[in-house]
Ligand binder design. Structure first.
Ligand code: 0CH
Ligand code: SF4
Length: 318
């Protein structure tokens, strides 16, 4: 009760915009929904379709079966690849078993895969800036495993070895923090002045926009709440970006994760959501903050997004 009372000084909610679903996530979820509608349950999905507990639970309830690897998929069962992409080895394994596949890889992840093939194909050592063990990184590394080295941070950039310093290029995981990745690229460029860059930024528009927007909200807020799951790279980056800007920031899967002690003494709460977090969870959170006294809800907009991706041909609406 005392915690509840301490949290009731709340007056304002500042919503970061854009927030929540990006075009790649909307497409990936629509792939599973359409597959279920057209083919019926079960539809097998390799890995989480996107890294969000609510999205996964919802689709599971409608007949999607999430598996870690293809060997858990029965013969001939319809299989969806997640938004984060897969390595050529996984594609081959599916083809060897003649599994019917629908690929929900985001087109902007596919773009990075194409760059990996192009850079490695011309003889470069490819320095992939990203997080060890993340599914997107595993997929991209798999395009040219012999030629690619993972660079996780500035310390790794300082020690990575390349075959020929004149033939070096870099790629970036699509969901990294822009400021952190810039620092790593600068460290690499100091060591390899001939370092070649991707033709366009690998950190995607959605990641970049959500980071700029959370900075705007964080500048006004006493505390920032980011809706997203703990395994969601882009969501965790939003927390870190806000924290680096000096804000207190917390990741929550939904309103049930909010610790009232975080709100004690706060008058303004910033709210955003990672690219895989459903907008309805944000609505629930804002409603709960309203019940605590926040009667002034406004948005801070860093960009307007109107990007949409067409669905894979197997589930395209005609
Ligand atoms: O941020 P990550 O990559 O962990 O993935 P997510 O939370 O599922 O968000 C969507 C991005 C998917 C691939 O870029
Ligand atoms: Fe695609 Fe970017 Fe969304 Fe990832 S975060 S699914 S790369 S639009």
């Amino acid at each position: 009760m005392a915690e509840w009372a301490a949290a009731t000084g709340l007056r304002r909610v500042v919503l970061a915009s854009p927030r929540s679903f990006c075009a790649g996530v909307e497409r990936a979820i629509a792939v599973v929904e359409q597959a279920l509608e057209r083919h019926g349950a079960p539809v097998y999905v390799r890995k989480e379709i996107v890294h969000n507990a609510t999205v996964v639970a919802d689709l599971r309830g409608r007949g999607a079966v999430f598996v870690d690897e293809l060997d858990e998929v029965p013969e001939g069962a319809l299989t969806v690849f997640s938004a984060h992409g897969v390595s050529p080895a996984v594609r081959r394994a599916a083809a060897d078993r003649a599994l019917p596949v629908i690929d929900a890889t985001c087109p902007l992840v596919t773009k990075v895969h194409a760059e990996a093939r192009r850079f490695a194909g011309r003889g470069d050592t490819v320095l992939l800036i990203g997080h060890d063990g993340h599914e997107e990184v595993e997929g991209t590394l798999g395009e040219a495993p012999e030629a690619t080295r993972l660079v996780t941070d500035i310390a790794a950039a300082e020690r990575v070895q390349v075959d020929d310093p004149q033939r070096v290029s870099y790629l970036v995981q699509t969901t990294l923090a822009v400021d952190e990745a810039d620092g790593i690229v600068q460290a690499l460029r100091r060591r390899f002045p001939a370092l070649a860059a991707p033709a366009s930024d690998d950190i995607c528009y959605a990641t970049t926009n959500r980071q700029q927007a959370v900075l705007m909200a964080a500048a006004e807020a006493d505390v920032v709440l980011v809706v997203g799951s703990a395994n969601s790279s882009n969501s965790v980056r939003l927390v870190e970006v806000a924290q680096r800007a000096g804000a207190r920031a917390h990741l929550v899967d939904g309103v049930g994760d909010v610790d009232l002690r975080w709100l004690a003494g706060a008058r303004t709460v910033g709210v955003t959501a990672g690219a895989s977090a459903p907008p309805g969870l944000v609505d629930e959170l804002v409603a709960a903050l309203g019940a605590l006294g926040a009667d002034d809800v406004s948005e801070r907009s860093a960009a307007v997004e109107d990007i949409r991706f067409t669905l894979p041909k197997e589930v395209r609406r005609s």
